[in-house]
Ligand binder design. Structure first.
Ligand SMILES: Nc1ncnc2c1ncn2[C@@H]1O[C@H](COP(=O)(O)OP(=O)(O)OP(=O)(O)O)[C@@H](O)[C@H]1O
Ligand SMILES: [Mg+2]
Length: 291
């Protein structure tokens, strides 16, 4: 049994939007990445997982418990940081996390301190939420999810807007948590975060599961086919996009450098460069959408 087992999950909102379309995958221990563009269905999937939202069809099991039939058991084992967590600026860090803990039925001050310690916010626990930086607020958000020592941590785009240093620190917090058989499900648009922290990932595209597996296997799909092509004029890019998938472009002093996925060997004489997870992801998503 894996910590998260999703089977044939679909969600159609009342306005008719099909946000999830027959999704199936499982998540074992460790940090697992959930990648996808805006509107791909990441938050919808996470809300269904934490029992905030009722699926239209399919089943989800968390630690063996069915989210539809055993919601209480699921909620006891899961910590959740929503994409937009409402925080009370006038509360202190400690009082906010204590309040959130009480909502979960945890009335133990030590549990609050332990969670703040894990995210390196114990020393700042008397500070008012309103006076914290964005990164610190995000860490407090994780702390409230960690209270009660859940088996599964679900974090929805926690690194958006963080500076590089805070992102590294954040990844450390998640990786340290995901030991001893525990699971972190991390949604993000930032491929680098997934590459640095997750061995496995799922890619959602417009409500459908595009990929689930290891990042190594995803990279193998593009390996040996990534090439750099020099263009003198920007107009040449349109032509290039007709011939092959352009993954990214960089401007140089004379023209620009295009990174392409040369699937059909249009440029057989150019040496391939090493593929990155970003290449594989952008390729899955159909290439660079705008120059
Ligand atoms: N409450 C809702 N009612 C109707 N449609 C919704 C609702 N919430 C989300 N949607 C739609 O469902 C789809 C998936 O949205 P979701 O928020 O799950 O995507 P996401 O991958 O989390 O996007 P983002 O990266 O922008 O956070 C989108 O088309 C969105 O407009
Ligand atoms: Mg979202």
């Amino acid at each position: 049994m894996k910590n998260i087992e999703i089977s044939n999950l679909s969600k159609r909102y009342r306005n008719g939007v099909l946000a999830l379309d027959h999704i199936s995958f499982s998540v074992g221990s460790g940090v697992f990445g959930l990648l996808g563009h805006n509107g791909a269905g990441k938050s919808t999937l996470m809300k269904a997982l934490v029992t905030v939202l009722k699926p239209s069809a399919g089943t989800i099991r968390v630690c063996g418990y069915d989210t539809a039939k055993q919601g209480g058991e699921v909620r006891r084992r899961i910590g959740y940081l929503p994409q937009e967590l409402a925080m009370y600026p006038s509360l202190s860090v400690f009082d906010f996390v204590k309040y959130m803990a009480e909502l979960k039925g945890v009335h133990d001050k030590n549990a609050v301190c332990a969670a703040l310690e894990q995210v390196e916010m114990l020393e700042l626990s008397k500070q008012k939420i309103g006076q914290l930086s964005g990164g610190m607020k995000r860490r407090v958000g994780i702390a409230q999810a960690l209270v009660g020592d859940p088996q599964v941590l679900v974090v929805d785009e926690p690194t958006t807007g963080l500076d590089p240093e805070e992102r590294v620190r954040f990844r450390g917090v998640l990786s340290r948590f995901a030991k001893d058989g525990k699971t972190v499900l991390l949604s993000t648009h930032i491929v680098e975060d997934v590459y640095q922290t997750c061995e496995e990932l799922a890619v959602l595209r417009k409500g459908q599961l595009f990929y689930a597996g290891t990042s190594a296997a995803l990279m193998e799909r593009v390996d040996g086919k990534i090439k750099l092509v020099r263009l003198e004029r920007e107009e040449e890019l349109v032509n290039l996009q007709k011939q092959t998938v352009v993954l990214s472009t960089a401007y140089e002093s004379h023209g620009l450098l295009a990174r392409i996925m040369d699937e059909n060997e249009v440029f057989p004489l150019i040496e391939p460069v090493s593929a990155t997870l970003e290449d594989a992801y952008v390729y899955c998503m159909g290439g660079k959408t705008h120059a």
